[in-house]
Design a protein around this ligand. Sequence first.
Ligand SMILES: Nc1ncnc2c1ncn2[C@@H]1O[C@H](COP(=O)(O)OP(=O)(O)OP(=O)(O)O)[C@@H](O)[C@H]1O
Ligand SMILES: [Mg+2]
Length: 484
Amino acid sequence: MTLNLSQLDLGALAAENDTDLVDYFLQTEAFTRVFAAKKWLVLGNRGAGKTAIFSYLAGLRNREAHVVQLAPDDYSYELASDILARELSGAWQKGAAFSAAWKWLILLLLVKGLAEPSVKSRRSAAGHLHAFLRDHYADMAANPIDTLIGYIKRIEGVKLGPYEAGIKARKLQQLFKLDEFVRIDADIRACLQEKNVYVLVDELDRGWDASEDAKYFVAGLFRAAVGLNQSYPGLHVLVSLRQELYHSIPMLYEDAQKHRDMLETIQWDENSLKALIAARIRRSFPELAETSDDEAWDAVFSTELSYRQTKSFNYVIDRTLNRPRELILFCSLIRDKAVERQSAVDYSIVAAAERDYSKARFEDITHEYRFQYPGIERVLERFRGALFRQDRDEIETHCCELILDGVGGGADVWLKELSDPGELIDILWEVGFVTAYLVGGQKGVTRSGSQYVGSYQMPTLPLEGIQTFRVHPMFHSYLGLKEK
Ligand SMILES: Nc1ncnc2c1ncn2[C@@H]1O[C@H](COP(=O)(O)OP(=O)(O)OP(=O)(O)O)[C@@H](O)[C@H]1O
Ligand SMILES: [Mg+2]
């Protein structure tokens, strides 16, 4: 069967732009646990599928519950910093203020979702909530984050206001304890028995500036969610967060250790990724509707590449960190090249696509880690033209040189802090740049054959015992890495 590859539509790279996602959404185990409300803090790397889970969940829940999606374009971290800058550091209970403000905002959104304006319901709990909103929040800001900042400003107003100490303390107490909601608490609970409410908070990393206030902002949301999820049955606050961001917020990370049971980390394996892409292929080509994942893949991307008789799927997946967005990107680029050259997919097509793919991934990854390791692109660039497989001695020597000589730019700040080459290897491993050779192999981690694993496959692997490393194949093309 010859397929017209220009008809292959693999969908958008970001779930929020994919209007057809419901047609080929894959109900992974991670999704199932989040759907069952067993887990509510969803962690995942860039492009792992956080938004996909939330948007599919929202679609399903919309039928029986009220769903609020918070994914502002920009969380105005700068705005928050601006307000807080005015307070002397230390005196300000930032953590408490942010979590109170988040709680307040979420309760307000909850009340809005439950309130009913009709005359019939005037005496009902939903009617009370409507009256409450009308009387107190008629002129509320339309943007939820502005509303939240507004509450923080109120707290600040009291702190800086000309009040006598006792009164000030009482007023603050009222704001921190959200006194205004106390009298409608019974109504909220009554309504929640009839109708569940889901509040989904996604894309918290947009506008992220790694400032302390941005961290308090996210940590405050987390605390608010813990509290609200526990105290209001029927209310489900779900939050998604990029994995490395989670690890870089100490006040959140420490808190979350106590609540590990609500944490879901998105991870993909090769089979589920194949299923993901096969579903998209089948949708584009109805004639493949009855095919297996392997057959659907082979029909488009051919089974074997002339290059060392590698299976094309293995070749492609080996050049990803097992994230759906990478796979969709690489496959889309291969399709484009094939269409351009009016040829079926073969190694030369894949290699041509790989040049663009590898460059794009290099840029994305270095961008992704720009706050943790600013200027890391210069460090990675220094591997240009090197051998892709390096023994421990070789890579240590290389890393030593980088630490001692520096690479210029922002990276030197953190390079200087490293006390031995092993620490740089750890960083290269963490960001997915190097993989480790496992002696004896560990079945079940990678497809049979590959002895190399990356941190995305075995995050806790101790590197001390590893004798051979390989730069991740994703970077080979762009950096022109060579085989011995
Ligand atoms: N379970 C799934 N089924 C089908 N497609 C998925 C699934 N999960 C993710 N995808 C697809 O993978 C791509 C990346 O997913 P998504 O945009 O949700 O990532 P993300 O984790 O939100 O990334 P970012 O951190 O950049 O916001 C999208 O094209 C999305 O449609
Ligand atoms: Mg997203």
